[in-house]
Design a protein around this ligand. Structure first.
Ligand SMILES: [Zn+2]
Length: 288
C-alpha cells in the first residue's frame, strides 16, 4: 500500500511483529499441493448511486457497482465454503432489494446453494464453513451449511447473536441455524486442514470479528479479502468505509494483512471488485 504515510509504515512493522508472526510461520510452511481447487461463484450484485459510501469524501455521488463472491475450496481432506452470498429471498425481486436507507440495492440471480447444486455439490455435504463477517451479502444462505463445522471469531459470534446484531445490520434469520451446529470460536488465526494450506486470519474493524482467508493453491497463494478492502482504489489508498465498526482497528488490520500479502506473494482477491472478478475464472471453471 504505497500511499501509506511513514507513521503507518511504523505501525505496519509493529503490528506485523505482534499479530502476524504466528500465522505467517504457518502459511510460509504451508503444504503446496493439498488444495485441489478454488472455485469462485458470483453470489449477487450490489449497486449504489454513491461510491463514497465506501470511500468517504472521494467519488461523492458517483454510481458504483460491485459483485458479491462466494468460494468453494476442495482440499484432499475435505471441502470448505468461504462466504455464502446475498440471501435467497433477493432472487425473487427483479428490481432488487433496497437497504441502508435506499443507498444500496442488492440483486441476485441464483442463491449460492443452488449454484453449488448445479456445480454438483450438495451444501449439506460441505465439511468446513467460514464467513468473513456476518453482513447479509456474506452470510445470506448460511443456514444451508449448518451441517458444516463453522469457524467464527468470538467477537463476531457475540455480535451476531447479541444486541449489537441489529445495529450492525446483520440478518439473524439467514444464519441462526449455525448456532446449533458444530461451532469453533476463535480468538486468533486457524489452520483449517492442519497443513498451512488454508488459514483463517483475523482482520477486525469492518465488523468486530471480521476475518480473511489465506489459500495456498498449487499455482501460488491467494488471499480472500472479505470486506477489508472492497475494491482496488481503496486498497491502494488505504481508505476505510464510513460505516465500518472501528476505523483504527480496520487500519491496523489493513497494515497487517498487507504485510502478509507482501511477504507471501499472495494474490489479493477483492471479493466485491467487479473489474477484478471479470478477469478471474468463475464456476464451472476453477483456480488450481
Ligand atoms: Zn460486503
Amino acid at each position: 500500500m504505497h500511499l501509506f504515510t511513514e507513521r503507518w509504515k511504523v505501525i505496519n512493522i509493529i503490528a506485523f511483529i505482534i499479530f502476524i508472526f504466528a500465522p505467517m510461520q504457518i502459511v510460509m510452511a504451508g503444504t503446496k499441493n493439498s488444495v485441489e481447487s478454488l472455485t469462485v461463484f458470483e453470489c449477487g450484485k450490489i449497486q449504489s448511486p454513491d461510491r463514497s459510501l465506501w470511500s468517504p469524501g472521494v467519488d461523492v455521488n458517483v454510481a458504483h457497482k460491485m459483485v458479491a463472491s462466494c468460494y468453494l475450496i476442495r482440499h484432499k481432506n475435505g471441502t470448505m465454503v468461504w462466504d455464502t452470498g446475498i440471501p435467497a429471498f433477493v432472487a425473487k425481486k427483479p428490481k432488487g432489494v433496497s437497504v441502508a436507507g435506499g443507498k444500496i440495492t442488492l440483486f441476485l440471480d441464483k442463491p449460492f446453494p443452488q449454484l453449488l447444486e448445479e456445480h454438483g455439490i450438495s451444501p449439506a455435504s460441505i465439511d468446513h464453513l467460514a464467513i468473513s463477517h456476518m453482513h447479509p451479502d456474506h452470510s445470506g444462505n448460511a443456514n444451508a451449511f449448518s451441517n458444516a463445522t463453522w469457524y467464527v471469531q468470538e467477537a463476531e459470534y457475540a455480535a451476531a447473536f447479541g444486541l449489537m446484531a441489529k445495529k450492525l445490520n446483520f440478518n439473524l434469520k439467514t444464519y441462526n441455524k449455525l448456532k446449533d451446529g458444530k461451532v469453533v470460536k476463535l480468538n486468533h488465526h486457524h489452520d483449517v486442514f492442519g497443513d498451512g494450506s488454508v488459514v483463517i486470519i483475523p482482520a477486525p474493524g469492518h465488523t468486530p470479528g471480521h476475518q480473511v482467508l489465506f489459500v495456498r493453491l498449487p499455482s501460488g497463494p491467494v488471499l480472500l479479502s472479505g470486506d477489508l478492502w472492497h475494491f482496488r482504489s481503496n486498497y491502494e489508498n488505504g481508505r476505510v468505509p464510513g460505516f465500518n465498526f472501528d476505523k483504527k482497528e480496520t487500519k491496523n488490520s489493513m497494515a497487517m494483512i498487507d504485510s502478509l500479502i507482501t511477504i507471501t506473494g499472495a494474490k489479493l482477491l477483492l471479493q466485491h471488485d467487479s473489474e477484478q472478478n471479470a478477469t478471474i475464472p468463475h464456476a464451472p471453471q476453477s483456480l488450481r
